[in-house]
Design a binder for this molecule. Sequence first.
Ligand SMILES: [Cu+2]
Length: 121
Amino acid sequence: MHYLRLSFALGLASLTAACGQKAETPDSSEMTGSTDNMAMAPAAATPILAKGHGTVTAIDKGAGTITLAHGPIPEAKWPAMTMAFKAAPAIADTAQVGEKVDFELKITGSAGEVTALTRQP
Ligand SMILES: [Cu+2]
């Protein structure tokens, strides 16, 4: 989980921070990428599994991320937004910018990983 938070903090902190503004620790913890904060954030300990719908707006295979303009995700109390998610190469490789998708997430704190992605018919 540490590498996940770190990689988000490096380039995508401004995007991912939006998810945690209501209930999470201050944004600065996301910006620094400090792993010390993990122990103080109970929400980060147990991943939340969620499903969502959205549109692929960007893919960064180098960083292993996919950016989705997604609708509300009640499981995580997230409003609709555009944000980047960690994604396994198999998922990032098959996604295409501009396509509408259904997806499954594993959310840890304010960061999420796409665990499944299905193109909407
Ligand atoms: Cu989001």
